[in-house]
Design a protein around this ligand. Sequence first.
Ligand SMILES: [Zn+2]
Length: 144
Amino acid sequence: MLGFNHVLAGSIVAVITPAPLVPLVAFASHFLLDTTPHFGRSATVYPYTASFKRLLVLDAVLCFSALGLAISLFPDQWFIIAVGAFFGALPDFLWLLRGRVAGIMGKFLDWAEWIQWGERPYGWLFDAVYALLMTIALFLLSQT
Ligand SMILES: [Zn+2]
């Protein structure tokens, strides 16, 4: 799943979960989201083509935009939101180890790939809907 949705989910977790549990719940939210249909398995956008790199840059910009939005809605909770966003997105950074590690970590990465059965090239449509719904949820939470 694209990173900005993990940042949005981590931000929501941060504002609705007791602070000590935020890292764990945000980390778990990543895998929950990854079990839903989302973008992937594209014939043109795959590591490390030019279009893939452009997508990474766009996703990074959207990640920071999502973080900025969440913090602007909950300015006093900026720190815990940053923690939630970090742990929500963290598993995607573990991908850099893919194919380079064996043992438990290798098995874990196999599992993390296996749960993403719903990856499909048009999955960005789903990603867009999740982003919209989570943005609305953040707005509504900020009104309470
Ligand atoms: Zn992921």
